[in-house]
Design a protein around this ligand. Structure first.
Ligand code: ATP
Length: 231
């Protein structure tokens, strides 16, 4: 049996005395999409940060292609093929669109032409400062930046949060295209309808633990798990 592209095994993260992740297990196969669901504070963002080495795990393992990446700096984990799009997007107001992409590509990326072909709006706005971009453009730039190094898996933290419906549709369409090309994703998403339609599998977190996991198609019927979602 080949190792999954990404595996998280019994991952624990503490913030001081607060035990945010209490033994998370999940796996994403090559080309697969897993949706990470749960209420505010359930531990979704912390799971992504633990995988990227941004939040230091207190126990457990993260494996890429079966090799543990514990203790590695985020940039090294990224070079293993993991792209990370944080909830905060991380756009610098004073840097242009092109400067964001050039800086990211310096870490082993290919030519920007491919990125601009995928994101024509960013090509048009290449000289615009990060601070002048709309919310949707900022999110596109955050995703484009994560793609510059040619990842095999994207970790996406609420990519459609706070965006207008038309922009949400645009981003969902773009994510569908990436999935069709075989890019794996671990997606934190509040929009349950999209998450269930888009993901192959669902992992529901509640209070730092996995409360349900299974195929996305089986989730709607899994009533007890729904209790870990609604506020
Ligand atoms: P949200 O949708 O609100 O981001 P989440 O499921 O992503 O929710 P996390 O952000 O991972 O949840 O938070 C998990 C727990 O860890 C929460 O109790 C939160 O208050 C706590 N927490 C998160 N970040 C920190 C931090 N930097 N310092 C201390 N506690 C934190």
């Amino acid at each position: 049996m080949t190792a999954p592209l990404l595996a998280v095994e019994a991952l624990h993260v503490h913030y001081g005395a607060s035990h945010a992740l209490q033994g998370i297990d999940l796996a994403v196969p090559a080309g697969g999409v897993v949706a990470l669901l749960g209420r505010n504070g359930a531990g979704k963002s912390t799971t992504l940060k633990g995988i990227m080495g941004i939040a230091a795990p207190s126990a457990g393992r993260v494996l890429i292609d079966g090799a543990a990446v514990g203790g590695m700096a985020p940039a090294r984990i990224a070079r293993r093929g993991v792209g990370y799009v944080p909830e905060t997007r991380g756009i610098f107001p004073s840097l242009s669109v092109e400067e964001h992409l050039t800086l990211a590509a310096r870490d082993g990326g290919g030519p920007l032409a491919r990125i601009y072909a995928r994101f024509p709006r960013l090509a048009e706005r290449r000289r615009a400062g990060g601070g002048t971009l709309s919310g949707g453009e900022q999110q596109m730039l955050a995703i484009a930046r994560a793609l510059t190094t040619g990842p095999r898996i994207l970790l996406l933290d609420e990519p459609t949060e706070g965006l207008a419906p038309l922009v949400v549709a645009e981003i969902e369409e773009m994510l569908r295209g990436l999935k069709a090309e075989g890019l794996a994703m671990l997606l934190v998403e509040q929009n349950l309808a999209f998450a269930l339609a888009f993901a192959d599998r669902v992992v529901v977190l509640g209070k730092g633990r996995v409360r349900w996991t299974g195929p996305a198609a089986g989730f709607a019927a899994a009533d007890p798990a729904q209790a870990w979602l609604a506020v």
